[in-house]
Design a binder for this molecule. Structure first.
Ligand code: BGC
Length: 722
């Protein structure tokens, strides 16, 4: 480890080029692909060859060996011997892949998130990663946006809790420990607010909405000690984030006092020209540097222009040194000056990745993240079931790890067919694809075989969903139904055998209105990762009991998007039943306002009964608390877990309040027939919001507390804040 003084001395003797090099991040292929220097990645990017030896960091390399090779070559050529940092997107696993973050959110289990992240951290560190571009905590309400798979959805509280859990797990107590990684919160800010759910699209959001819903999760992650933050691609209220002075200077620097490293998103500084807020890269670099963006990922504005900007007096050397110091401090904290590989080696990588313990954890996670959306009693299946037909494109599909699966490989995933055959070796399992999951599939020639298999089976499992590359970055959809012919397949097969259940593979909430009435059950696996098929089997046959609850609403129709449970009251709330249209009220003709499945929904094989919701006082003072209790009984012979959710509604306030808002939850495990009293504390700080003047306050008055979820509240109690 170096002292602050040593770091200072190091900076003091560096040339301007060497300093700027610390602020530059290039893809690994820029360093490795030297075969065609005139046309290769370095030339395409515009990276100056004479600059390469002093570049301070890299991303997107393949494993420990490649990292070590690049690091060794770099150290041999850098007279300052400053190691590079190697970064990567370790979003839901490194080689062993656990469910996508939208699924991890549905677990409502921050301990599970920590456990899985720790596992990912071990694998990634062994594989040469030193900083992960996680957590992604973009608040999202629009399922058309492909990157909802990376978020925890429509509740800021959950996004913040899960983001902070990831930071604790990645960073541990000591960043220099060989199992720890630095973290980078992203995408600051409001990337998930992309208009019409189209990725990279513009974002226009009032300051109140931004502060109340979009910003809190980023802040929670910085409070948890995240080492880095990444401004988002989008323009926010007219100005792209990396050049947005209000966001970067007023909020991030002045209000939040962030003292870590800011890195641009991939080519985002170059994109300032494409956004059209300047016509040249030099200005773009100046805008970003002025906004406190210390590192530039994959564009060449700093490399090409920062020296000139300093010489022209636009920036001072002290400003450059401050940015360099932040980067060197991170390298020092990671222990790179002592061990430039941070403990990585291919032997270690081979030993930890996909180890039996990691696979077991991935299976547990996939079980805990799955959400049972519907069940008419067909699930769980009897393990003695003889003839099982697995029908649909995901019946024996290995591509179930999901987008952003880092170094995970499809070939390592357990398919549903493999999982069921392993669990029920005596069953006769028939697999029929029926059709593909592609949106433009027109070939129904497989339907007849699917129907025949369904007729001959005791039980049918319909394995349907979106291909894994229909969500994630750049993969927005305007129609979020089951793609292609799958709805027709589900209907035909379900008509042939009523004893059926549907297994869903998806990176976003889908519109299932057309299929949900045809099937007996829907078990949503999201993209479950490496052990998806074994987890699906244990859930289907009741070895595991579903306990996930969705954190993003499943709309009835895509036209309801953006749809979210915590929406503000309107002056025209409707009085008629959901399906009846009421003129001059805020509702749709022929659809209703409610989603098909609301935030907080998720069934179990156990039957949880709620009784006796009590509060110990109907008055809350600013420094006091109310204790709320509810008794929950597992009225079944099956052990299970239940997420008990507490919501509030501020009845009257100077700014319009949401009709419901999650303020606390507890995930509790119940033995068969066990009763537990769940206790929540309600304090004044939980009732704060941005008032009409956009100040963060609580306002005295009446509040309702509700237990249950969304439109299924079991109980309501009213209290007064005085
Ligand atoms: C994504 C970021 C990611 C970066 C590096 C970008 O395209 O928006 O989330 O961290 O690439 O892979």
């Amino acid at each position: 480890m170096k002292t602050q003084k040593e770091l200072r001395a190091l900076i003091d003797q560096m040339t301007m080029e060497e300093k700027i090099g610390q602020l530059v991040q290039y893809n690994a292929n820029v360093f490795t692909d030297t075969s065609q220097e005139a046309t290769g990645p370095a030339a395409e990017l515009g990276a100056k060859p004479e600059f390469l030896p002093v570049v301070g960091s890299s991303l997107n390399f393949q494993g420990a060996d490649e990292m070590i090779r690049i690091q060794d070559e770099h150290l041999a050529g850098d007279r300052n011997k400053i190691p590079m940092i190697f970064m990567m997107d370790v979003i839901h696993g490194f080689r062993t892949i656990f469910p996508i973050p939208l699924g991890m959110g549905a677990s409502f289990d921050e301990k599970l998130v920590e456990e899985c992240t720790r596992m990912a951290s071990k694998e990634a560190a062994a594989g040469g990663v030193q900083v992960s571009f996680t957590p992604m905590v973009d608040y999202a309400r629009d399922a058309r946006w492909g990157r909802v798979m990376e978020t925890c959805g429509e509740e800021p509280l959950i996004n913040g809790i899960m983001g902070a859990a990831q930071i604790r797990a990645f960073q541990g107590d000591d960043l220099s420990s060989p199992d720890s990684l630095g973290t980078c919160v992203k995408h600051f800010a409001a990337y998930g607010g992309a208009e019409a759910g189209r990725d990279y699209n513009t974002v226009e959001i009032s300051e109140r909405l931004l502060r109340e819903y979009y910003l809190p999760a980023y802040k929670a992650c910085l409070d948890a000690g995240a080492t880095m933050i990444m401004p988002s691609f989008n323009s926010l209220n007219g100005v792209p984030s990396v050049a947005n002075k209000w966001l970067m200077k007023k909020v991030l620097r002045d209000e939040w006092g962030f003292d870590g490293v800011v890195i641009s998103d991939y080519y985002a500084i170059g994109e300032l020209v494409l956004h059209g807020i300047t016509d040249n890269l030099k200005d773009a670099a100046a805008m970003a540097f002025d906004c406190g963006c210390h590192m530039e990922m994959m564009s060449v504005g700093y490399q090409s222009h920062l020296k000139e900007l300093i010489e022209e007096g636009k920036f001072t050397v002290e400003q450059l040194d401050d940015a360099v110091m932040r980067v060197l401090k991170l390298k020092n904290d990671l222990g790179l000056f002592d061990d430039p590989y941070h403990g990585a080696s291919s032997a270690k990588e081979a030993a930890v990745c996909l180890s039996p313990e990691h696979r077991a954890l991935a299976k547990k996670a996939a079980e805990k993240c799955a959400v049972l959306l519907k069940n008419n009693g067909v699930l769980p299946l009897d393990k003695e079931t003889k003839r099982i037909a697995l029908i649909g494109p995901f019946a024996d599909e290995k591509a179930i790890k999901g987008f952003w699966a880092c170094c995970g490989e499809d070939k390592d995933c357990v398919t549903v067919a493999e999982g069921i055959r392993a669990l029920c070796p005596d069953a006769e399992v028939t697999v029929v694809k029926g059709c593909s999951a592609l949106w433009d599939d027109k070939d129904t020639s497989g339907f007849a075989e699917a129907v025949k298999a369904a007729e001959a089976a005791d039980t049918v499992i319909l394995c349907v969903g979106e291909p894994q590359n229909y969500s994630g970055e750049g993969n927005s959809r305007a129609d979020i139904g089951l793609p292609g012919l799958q709805t027709a397949l589900v209907k035909e097969v379900a008509a042939a055998n009523a004893n059926n259940a549907m297994l869903l593979f998806t990176g976003r909430p889908l519109v299932l209105t057309d299929v949900e009435k045809s099937v007996g059950a829907i078990l949503n696996m999201w993209f479950p990762g490496t052990e998806g098929g074994s987890a699906a089997a244990s859930l289907l046959f009741g070895e595991a009991n579903p306990s996930g609850k969705i954190t993003m609403s499943f709309p009835k129709a895509v036209g309801q998007c953006p749809i979210y449970y915590n929406h503000p009251s309107t002056g025209r709330a409707k009085q008629t039943p959901e399906e009846v249209h009421q003129i001059y009220a805020s509702n749709y003709i022929g659809c209703g306002n409610l989603p098909l499945y609301s935030f907080g929904h998720g069934l179990s094989y156990s039957n949880f009964v709620y009784e006796g919701f009590e509060i110990d006082s109907d008055t809350l003072t600013a420094d006091g608390k109310i204790t709320a209790t509810v008794t929950v009984t597992n009225d079944s012979d099956r052990a299970g877990e239940e997420v008990v959710q507490l919501y509030m509604h501020d009845l009257f306030a100077s700014a319009v309040r949401p009709i419901q808002q999650l303020i606390a939850f507890e995930k509790a495990a119940f033995a068969p027939h066990e009763t537990k009293t769940i206790t929540f504390e309600v304090r004044e700080d939980m009732l704060r919001f941005y008032n009409a003047e956009c100040e963060f306050v609580s306002e005295p008055g009446d509040f309702d507390l509700m237990v249950g979820y969304a439109d299924h509240f079991a109980f309501t109690k009213r209290f007064k804040l005085v």
